[in-house]
Ligand binder design. Structure first.
Ligand code: AMP
Length: 273
């Protein structure tokens, strides 16, 4: 429910002084990708209906192994039986692995979830382990319980090889098990905005360790009136985090929010969007 978490207590202002630097740039371009000429890159993007905008956009990868993912990602991909990266993955993985902010315009069914989950796992793997009382490293905001649950299914399946834990925080369900997961410590939290604010206000978790932030279906979150909650949540997250902003459409409000919260982003579209 869109009003959840707004009328109650307010969150203390976050203090971003003395933040410890963190690692967010992991991409090593594979020699075969490096060798692609500008014409080959343009042809491949055209073939797969990928469009890009922004400065220093990396070349797309054509095969899973070209992403240079660690073994725990490759094992999960091998197990999935997928044949090739989807267009948004081919372009989105190198973009995300470089540690820059990314705008991805893609719909459900495009493979967008894995576009941000696998780089998210690599990101988690490079950070110090969670300690008692730490909140998540990866935060994924989603508009609905259904989407949050679907995202968690992918996070669980692909995160199991690196023992990355995730939990789903959404309204309309008992808080007890969600609180227990948060208190135990999870690297990845997938949440709808209202319930997350409730959890933050009650002190069951915090966003001090979040360095990889995903907003999924940003257009739908705005349509559902979640903008105030999103602003409240984002104000708790260190500004030098990496942000990945996903939307199926690109109306003015969605763009305005992106301009305020992303730094020097590049943008990738897949064919349908
Ligand atoms: P999504 O767009 O993230 O909701 O993904 C839609 C479906 O495509 C999910 O069931 C994914 O597991 C699946 N999927 C993701 N990546 C690939 C891929 N490279 N090849 C085939 N299916 C995929």
């Amino acid at each position: 429910n869109g009003r959840d978490g707004l009328d109650s207590l307010s969150l203390p202002k976050a203090d971003f002084r003395g933040l410890i630097p963190f690692e967010k740039s992991f991409y090593v371009e594979c020699p075969a990708v490096q060798a692609m000429s500008d014409t080959e890159v343009a042809q491949y993007r055209q073939l797969r209906d990928i469009t890009v905008e922004g400065r220093e956009v990396p070349k797309p990868i054509r095969f899973f192994h070209e992403a240079n993912f660690p073994d725990y990602c490759m094992q999960a991909i091998a197990k999935s039986g997928f044949v090739e990266p989807t267009p948004i993955q081919a372009q989105g993985w190198p973009m995300a692995l470089k540690g820059r902010d990314v705008i991805g315009i893609a719909e459900t069914g495009s493979g967008k979830t894995l576009s941000y989950i696998l780089p998210g796992l690599v990101h988690v793997g490079a950070q110090p382990r969670l300690e008692q009382g730490d909140g998540p490293i990866v935060l994924i905001l989603a508009p609905t319980r259904e989407l949050a649950v679907q995202i968690q299914a992918e996070a669980t399946k692909f995160g199991s090889y690196s023992r990355t834990r995730s939990t789903c925080i959404y309204g309309g369900a008992p808080k007890g098990p969600q609180i227990r997961d948060l208190r135990r410590g999870v690297e990845i939290v997938i949440a709808t905005p209202g319930r997350l604010i409730d959890m933050l206000e009650a002190g069951h978790t915090n966003l001090r360790r979040v360095t990889y932030l995903v907003l999924d279906e940003a257009d739908r979150m705005l349509d559902m009136g979640f903008e105030p909650q999103i602003r409240k949540i984002l104000a708790q997250i260190r500004p030098d985090r990496q942000t990945l902003y996903w939307s199926a459409t690109w109306p003015r409000e969605v763009e305005t929010l992106a301009r305020q919260f992303l730094q020097n982003p590049y943008k990738g579209n897949d064919r349908n969007s």
